[in-house]
Design a protein around this ligand. Structure first.
Ligand code: IMP
Length: 429
């Protein structure tokens, strides 16, 4: 038994939630290791659709224990609300079933106010953040001035530290950004209440997971966002402030590298991005509308967290190869293949071009994506494939599209999803 890691190979929103949901059937623990409620994982089970932001989506399986690791930043207000709505949907969430690392950092209303003030100050150069306070919370963490969940274990000390934090940010808000200050006293009282409620969930999750792994447990690490939003390895500065790549699971859960078993890369059959930043294979007009959907269905390409329409484009295999390398991916899951049905031709970007030179890899990583994409054209398929469950039943052209992705990425495809439901998947031999 081992630590298996699920990561997104693109700019997030690859459909990791449902892959985690499938793999969680065999997991004892399902653990979030990075990001915060900027993430949104959608899982459809029967007539219920769960939209989770902080709680690991694998906890929908009653036999699992959920863990929110030290690498995560937690907005207590959002977490408590999510616990309530998930419970109301019939999923049992108790302090025994959900463990929160004492070392995870807290997102406060001061972080949200800072996120908004900074985005406004960036003007044209804005990142297009989710405005969930993610960047400022990680800033305070790395500046060694953040508030950790363990502070909640001593309510008196927590209140003191919390109020001092809001007052300190108030100075920045008013002096630096000419923004309104927050009511430090009122917010502190509100957060004392949250601390009281969350105390039973907090503990040393690193010890717990290490022990479990030694005893043969199966731990599934659930990445949020995607490789190209990684703070170090993504399209900097248009990235998030955490480490969504596979190595983030080790740091963000407090585990050693020797535990790692499978690294499962989740790739959408086309490319999407929400927020600003480069996107070489982006398409517009009719094709874009076709790929994005109208927003009628929960799985159409509109942000789970912000509702923003996602930018869409053709699959970029230069970036996919890069993701395979950065994460050490051992297998791929391709999601949303059904969305491509009915398109006459499909395009895969296989290389970049600049100044009459062709590049099949990224000279300076994805920070510099100022290239013209070179496409390979493949024939599409007409058939509705949502009802198919076997590889051999897929149209030849769909098989060829998948085999081409596999060959370019240099990693085998093990699973293909053809619809939002739990059983709408095809296992690949
Ligand atoms: P932040 O994480 O809110 O600071 O946002 C930084 C960038 O990451 C923005 O472009 C966001 O749109 C993007 N981002 C953050 N979380 C997600 C996610 O879960 N899916 C897709 N994009 C995300």
């Amino acid at each position: 038994m081992a630590l298996n890691i699920v990561i997104g190979t693109q700019w997030g929103d690859e459909g990791k939630g449902r892959v985690v949901d499938l793999l969680a059937a065999e997991a004892d623990y399902v653990a979030r290791y990075n990001g915060g409620d900027n993430a949104g994982h959608t899982v459809t089970v029967g007539d219920k659709t769960f939209k989770l932001h902080l709680i690991p989506s694998g906890v929908i399986h009653p036999h699992t224990t959920g863990v929110i690791g030290n690498g995560v930043v937690i907005n207590p207000r959002v977490l408590l609300k999510e616990i309530e709505t998930t419970r109301a949907a019939g999923v049992e969430i108790t302090p025994e079933r959900l463990r929160i690392s004492h070392a995870a950092h807290i997102i406060t209303p001061a972080h949200l106010a800072l996120d908004a003030a900074r985005e406004q100050a960036r003007g044209e150069g804005k990142i297009g953040t989710t405005l969930r306070g993610i960047g400022p919370a990680y800033n305070h963490k790395t500046a060694r001035g953040g508030l950790r969940m363990e502070a909640m274990l001593d309510l008196e000390e927590f209140a003191e530290g919390f109020k001092a934090h809001v007052e300190m940010v108030n100075e920045q808000l008013t002096l630096l950004y000419r923004a309104e200050p927050l009511d430090a006293q009122a917010i502190t009282e509100q957060y004392l209440g949250y601390a009281h409620e969350l105390t039973p969930y907090i503990g040393n999750t690193s010890i717990r997971l290490n022990q479990a792994l030694r005893q043969g447990a199966n731990v599934l690490a659930e990445g949020a966002q995607g490789t190209l939003l990684d703070l170090d390895h993504g399209t900097y500065p248009y990235v998030t402030s955490s480490t969504p790549t596979a190595s983030g699971a080790l740091v963000g859960l407090g585990l050693g590298a020797s535990h790692v078993g499978r690294v499962i890369g989740v790739t959408k059959a086309f490319q999407t991005r929400v927020g600003e930043g480069p996107f070489p294979t982006e398409v517009f007009g009719e094709t874009a509308e076709r790929l994005r959907g109208t927003g009628d269905k929960p799985w159409d390409e509109f942000g789970t967290t912000t509702g923003r329409p996602r930018r869409v484009g053709w699959l970029d295999s230069v970036l996919l190869r890069y993701a395979a390398q950065i994460n050490g991916i051992t297998e791929l899951t391709i999601t949303k293949l059904d969305v491509l049905s009915g398109l006459e031709n499909l395009y895969i970007c296989t290389a970049y071009r600049k100044d009459r030179q062709t590049y099949s890899d990224l000279p300076l990583g994805p920070t510099d994506l100022d290239y013209e994409p070179e496409y390979e054209e493949l024939p599409g398929w007409e058939e509705d494939i949502m009802g198919l469950r076997k590889w051999e039943d897929l149209p030849q052209t769909a098989q060829a599209y998948l085999r081409r992705i596999e060959a370019i990425a240099g990693v085998p495809i093990r699973l293909v999803s053809v619809g939002p439901e739990r059983d709408q998947v095809i296992e690949v031999e």
